[in-house]
Write a protein that binds this ligand. Structure first.
Ligand SMILES: [Zn+2]
Ligand SMILES: [Zn+2]
Length: 159
């Protein structure tokens, strides 16, 4: 399942121009769509409006130009009607971010415990370098006779 896309049935505002050209009908303009998805870092829901540019030439079925374009890439005017749906879908899909995020600076989730770093910015885990792991016991002992702490307690007693 894609992380992000246009939800089915969501509104779409089209601002399109249709021009008759030799080969067919040139459709150009923009479509305002509502993108919904999930942040790839913190999994929060994402929702934003996006405007995508659309430009597509729909060929007349019997035009000589149509033959010059690869079959699967060409759109055709069928019974005087153009099917915009696949064109719009392509335009939207290409405009979607490869890795959607709720914010550019989204902190994401803690790799250690899965907590949201956003909610807990100071959040971190002691990750001991294995080279120092043997010293961690020593550091603990030193901490109890921390010189800063003992000075503090002395000052408190004096006041
Ligand atoms: Zn996020
Ligand atoms: Zn954590």
């Amino acid at each position: 399942m894609a992380l992000i896309g246009v939800q089915e049935g969501s509104g779409m505002e089209l601002d399109l121009r249709f021009e008759a050209v030799h080969e067919g009908i040139l459709v150009s303009g923009s479509a305002d769509v509502e993108i919904t998805g999930e942040c790839g870092r913190c999994l929060d829901p994402i929702k934003y409006g996006s405007s995508v540019d659309v430009q597509e030439l729909f060929y007349y079925g019997d035009s000589q130009w149509a033959a010059e374009v690869e079959e699967e890439q060409q759109h055709r005017v069928e019974n005087d009607v153009v099917n915009l749906e696949p064109v719009l879908r392509d335009a939207v899909v290409t405009s979607l971010p490869f890795q959607p995020v709720c914010r550019e600076d989204c902190q994401g989730l803690c790799a250690e415990c899965g907590a949201r770093l956003e909610d807990d910015p100071g959040h971190h885990h002691e990750v001991l370098d294995p080279r120092w792991a043997a010293l961690s016991g020593l550091a603990g002992t030193a901490g109890s006779s921390d010189p800063a702490k003992s000075t503090e307690s002395v000052e408190r007693e004096e006041s």
